[in-house]
Every structure is written in C-alpha cells, then in structure tokens.
Design a protein around this ligand. Structure first.
Ligand code: NAP
Length: 419
C-alpha cells in the first residue's frame, strides 16, 4: 500500500514535551504516511514552534472531527485525559495515550469501553518511555508464566540517586539538577515519592498477570529521605540504592506488587542502570531472565513509543490481555515481609520507629554519625505507618526479595473483574 496516497490523519491532543517530540519524528520521516491533521493545546498565549493556525484550544473539536483516523492524547492532566480518552473509546475510535497516572486508575473501565464500543487503546509510551515492554509482555510473553517483572521505572529518581552516588551531591542539589535537566515533574512527590513508578507497575501487572490492581493499594516508598550516609552505607558493601518496582508471582500463586528503594549489587543488571535511564527484567518461566534498558522519558524517546503505537494501530493491533480470564488474586501487603534497612540522622527518632515496625531494639546500629537499623519488617507495618514514615523523614530500603511469611493470611485485595 502506498501510504502517501492515503496518509493516516492524526489528531494530536497536547503539544508539550511528548507531543512536540512525536511531531518532530513524523516530520523527519515523511514516508511513514502519517499526517498530523489537527493539534489541540490548552493555552492560546504560549509561544509555539508552529503557526497559530495549526492549533485549536478545544480538544473536543478533535473528538467531533470524524475525518481523524487516530487520536493521540499526550496532555499533562490525568482527569481531563480520562474524559477525552473514554469519550473517544465510546465513539469506537483508535486512541494512543502516554498518561500512566490516568491508565493506572482507570484501566479496567477503559478496557471495558474498548470491548463494548470496538475502539482500540494502546499506551506503550506510558511505561518506561522508549522501552517496548507493554507489547512485549502482552504479545510475546502472552502465554508464558512469568516469575517477576521488576525494574527501574522512574528516570528522575534514578538520576537523583546517580548524582548522589557519583558526584556526591546531596539530595536537594541532585533534585534541583534533575529539575533543571527537565527530568523531574514540577511536583517532585510523583517521582521521588515513587507514585509514578507505582502507576507503571500497575499497568504492567495487567499484561504480565492479568491483574487489574488498584494503585492506592500498592505500597510505594520513595527517596525523599535518602541521605549521603545511606549512599555511603550501600557503597561500602559494593551496592547502590535504586528505586525498584516489582510485580511478581508469589510461591502461593498470588501476585504481589511493590515499589521501594532497594540496595542492589552488581549481580543485578539494574545496578548498571544510571542517570535518567530505565531498566526492566522480565523473569519468564521458560525463557529465563530478559533485560531491557533505555531512555524512560524525554520528547523523542517517548515520541518514538507513541509512533510505534500509531503504526501498530494502522496494522490493526490491539492488546490481548490474554491472562485476565485466569488472573490470580493480589496479595499486596498482608502476609508479606522484606529484609529492611531503615535510617534517620537522629537515633532517638529511629528508636521510636523500631516500635512502629516491630523491630527489636537490637536491630538498631546506633552509630552517632549514621544511625540505622536492619531486620525483617512486615509490609503491613510499612503500609500502616507509611504516612508517618514519610512525615518523619525515615528512609526505608529493602535488601532483597519480598517473602511470604509462614502465617500468611488470605489476600486482602481481589483483582477487579474485567468482563
Ligand atoms: N515527558 C516525558 O518524558 C513523558 C514520558 C512518558 C510519559 N509522559 C506522559 O505524557 C503526557 C504528556 O507529558 P508532557 O511531558 O509532554 O507534558 P507537557 O510538556 O507539560 O505538555 C502538556 C501538553 O498538554 C497540553 N494540555 C494540557 N491540558 C490540555 C487540555 N485540556 N486540552 C488540550 N491540551 C492540553 C498543554 O497545552 P499548553 O501547551 O497550552 O500548555 C501541553 O501542550 C503525560 O501524561 C506524561 O505523564 C511523559
């Protein structure tokens, strides 16, 4: 087929980092047979790289335009993104989105709309930017049992940790650097508090296990309280601190999902994932471990994933969600524990935290320069005290895999059914 005779007409909603990056890629490859026919943005007063007559300021204009073959939603407002994407799916349209926060919250409903009205929704760009992991899990590994999918899903926090470890920057300086480089969200909590990688873990759980998790039930611990002493503690043991998101099958067949800082040694491929890069290990039953690494953010890398989705839509591709019919229940905190490293500059504060986490007093290493404690901690305790831990500036990292404890109780969260 000669694409230039019948170019696919695209409606682009959002012309920021990702929208502009996607547009650039298409402009540089005229032979693709794609035409950005209409662009919607929010503010009429912003300087643009294209003439004003290329833009509309009402995204609904694109929804009402039946000549558009595909809608690409890349705006920074999750609630509005859900309204636009769900409306487009109700019209039976083909849609691409990069909005992980919106997807993590609404995936069951969006899949339902896809099925009911015959549209298609693809979202490779929403998880780890340029790394092709959603389609890999959904298509290539659709029927192979997976032991785990784990990785570094947030480039901003990884950049901060890299700068602290390599340049000796303190946390505030490293965060400011990330913001200047354009890696960090304006609200640092999303990245540094590990909310962003939690959304990505939730999306991957749907494809890796057919489990549609509620993001609010997934434990996420961030790095806002990490200090130079924690980085040095890891380095002294030949390790690095990394924020690792994991979705994994437990020995009892249930699915666990979790995002925490983790102390990792060079035996893990994630140890070498530095700066704003992302890395993912897919641990498959028969294939063994596969490792994917690449740029997790940025206009062109993310635009590349959007482009891959648009081209896949043209070929009629849709996600299969092959495992959802036999999705296991989720076991997110109850009956699980991890080997924890807990630190705070004040040993007195840390002593109280030991009681919250039900660690014995001798778990404390009260070195006046760097008080820390180590020992097994139930995820239930971390869950119950998560707000207090954040407010008190306690840094918590795991030192290994999540374990089921002997007296494991039944799962508290059942997987949302998707018809
Ligand atoms: N940046 C990345 O590297 C990256 C990577 C993966 C995924 N994502 C996701 O991609 C999406 C876009 O991110 P971004 O970094 O490109 O954001 P951004 O640079 O802040 O740009 C957002 C764009 O959306 C437009 N917009 C906001 N509300 C709108 C509305 N109601 N109607 C029409 N346009 C609207 C803005 O219009 P104005 O130009 O008028 O302000 C702007 O052009 C987000 O969901 C983000 O999480 C981003």
């Amino acid at each position: 087929m000669n694409h230039s005779e019948h170019p696919l007409r695209l409606g682009l909603i959002g012309f920021g980092c990702v929208g502009q990056g996607f547009y650039d890629i298409i402009e540089q490859q005229p032979g693709l047979g794609l035409a950005v026919a209409r662009i919607a943005v929010k503010s009429p007063n912003k300087p643009r790289t294209l003439p004003p007559d290329r833009f509309t300021y009402h995204a609904d204009d694109l929804l009402h335009d039946p000549t558009l073959d595909v809608l690409v939603e890349v705006i920074d407002d999750a609630a509005e993104a859900f309204r636009l994407v769900s409306t487009a799916l109700r019209q039976g349209r083909r849609v691409v989105t990069a909005n992980k926060a919106m997807l993590a919250r609404h995936l069951p409903e969006l899949v339902q709309l896809e099925q009911e009205f015959g549209g298609t929704l693809l979202y490779e760009a929403a998880v780890c930017g340029s790394i092709p992991v959603v389609r890999t899990l959904d298509s290539y590994f659709s029927h192979e049992p997976l032991r785990a999918v784990r990785g570094i899903f947030n480039g901003s926090s990884n950049y901060v940790l890299t700068r602290m470890s390599e340049a000796g920057s303190d946390y505030a300086t490293a965060l400011a650097e990330a913001q200047v480089q354009g890696f960090a969200e304006t609200d640092p909590l999303l990245d540094m508090g590990a909310f962003d990688p939690r959304s990505k873990a939730v999306i991957l759980a749907a494809h890796a296990y057919g489990a549609f998790l509620n993001p609010d039930e997934v434990l996420n611990l961030g790095i806002e309280a990490v200090g130079a002493a924690d980085i040095a503690y890891a380095a002294a043991r030949g390790q690095k601190v990394k924020v690792v998101a994991s979705v994994e099958r437990l020995p009892n067949g249930r699915v666990a999902a979790l995002v925490t800082p983790q102390l990792l040694g060079p035996e893990s491929p994630l140890y070498a994932v530095e700066q704003e890069f992302n890395g993912i290990i897919i641990d498959a039953e028969y294939a063994g471990a596969q490792f994917l690494a690449g740029r997790g953010a940025g206009g062109h890398p993310t635009g590349s994933a959007v482009l891959a989705d648009v081209l896949a839509l043209r070929r009629g591709h849709r996600y299969g969600y092959a495992r959802r019919a036999a999705a296991p229940a989720a076991q997110l905190t109850e009956g699980l524990e991890l080997d924890a490293y807990v630190s705070h500059p004040d040993a007195g504060v840390l002593r109280e935290v030991l009681t919250w986490l039900e660690l014995p007093p001798d778990a404390l290493h009260p070195d006046s320069a760097h008080p820390y404690a180590t020992g097994p901690v139930a995820l239930q305790q971390l869950w119950a005290w998560r707000k207090e831990l954040r407010a008190a500036g306690i840094f918590v990292a795991r030192r290994g895999a999540v374990r089921t404890v002997a007296d494991a109780v039944p799962a508290h969260a059942e997987v949302a059914a998707v018809a």
